[in-house]
Design a protein around this ligand. Sequence first.
Ligand code: HEM
Length: 457
Amino acid sequence: MPAVMPGPSPEPVRIPLVTEPWGILRSLAAARRNVLEILPEISTRQPIVSGKTGKRWHMVMDPPTLRHILKDALDDYPKSVVTKNILRPAIGESLFVAEGAHWHWQRRAAAPVFSMRNIQNLGPFMSHAADRASERLMAANGRAADLFDEMVTTTFEVISDVTFSGDEGFDRASIHKAIDNYIDQTARISLFDILGVPGWVPRPSRLMSSGALKQMKQVADRAIEARAASAADPGKTPDLLDLLLAGEDPETKRRMTTPELRDNLLTFIVAGHETTALTLAWALYLCAFDQSVQARARAQAQDVLQGRTATVSDLSALPYIRQIIDEALRLYPPAAMLSRTAMRADTLCDREVRAGDTVMLPIYALHRNHLLWENPDTFDPDRFSDPKSIDRFAYLPFGAGPRVCIGAGFAIQEAVIILATLLGRFRFTPVQGRDPKPVMILTLRPEGGVWLNVHTV
Ligand code: HEM
């Protein structure tokens, strides 16, 4: 009998969710492989799912309740220790990790750094990186390339240029390697902490060497001190380091010390580069998956850019490219699972919550919840043609409330500039049998890379 060739799948790749109750050991094994594989299928059909696996937990997918947790009752739901424990050795008590007053003053001091005007001024760094990515892809014309790998290189170039621009002695490659190694070693945390498994359970991820981290911090400290000591160059666009050096908390007038500056700049590098690379890689995968979307996007990019590299002033003329980015962030949110700890008793969606309970915000399941989205697993950038039609708390790729991502505007600007530039110059098609597999290890990554055939147009 001739083999039946499967037709093209109508939906892009997704994570197989759990349809049967699992024992704790199986959950833990799955969590080590892929944190999102512990998500029950019902989390895409219900507003809340609760359980007890060593520790009481709740998964919340209900927009008004998410608003309560992230905004109205912020102080009752601090970030859980899990992510903080992973990140603290690398980025200290910086903006991402700190809580309470120590978080507050840093956020007030850093907020102006990310003003729209400052971000727009950094646009040329993004256009430059988009151009360099095009050059590399030109060399891959007619072949398959791993676009995830390419996008990691591209976004790292942007973030290192806008943090330590022009610092000759600053070895970007070694910082990049140290950060990537660190995350690879530590991020396979599984849900040991979330599920409250006793502390004596060995956690191989903790057995990392701190040598590379120490060295990375020293390199950054030296670059910061050299910059602080040198006179500002009036002709140079201020980068994130210049802006943060000049920043102060308007309430307390406090300024950051060298270690605080370093921890925050490293935070921007850690929080900003892989997440944006993932957004772009998944967006490119989706464009290759749906050639009609890609053709429409290319028509817009070519019409506006006429072969040029995109710049900040093109952004308002590229709405469809932006919609593709928004839809990629819905289907594959890089921060696919946020986690909080309840500090006191509460009621969430009629469920009793006790102090100490873990409250998970599975953004992946929220973005694919059937109560909130029509055909949630299909790729349809037109969902975002009228952003006002989207419930603010149903779409949380950047979180929300006072702890919303400080770099959201930066990331979107960068992603649109790079995607528009690439789609204006290249056509991407899938490589048979090499679909990426979505796996969450701290972020939602495409296991195996995003391999696409590259064709110049
Ligand atoms: C597409 C790219 C990005 C995604 C999806 C993303 C996602 C997020 C999310 C979901 C949070 C909130 C975490 C929580 O509430 O638990 C967050 C916080 C944060 N992000 Fe981003 N991010 C991105 C890019 C960036 C960039 C480019 C930067 C800096 C240059 C950055 C810096 C930060 C910082 C400092 C925080 C902590 C803010 C605070 O707690 O006050 N992120 N990000």
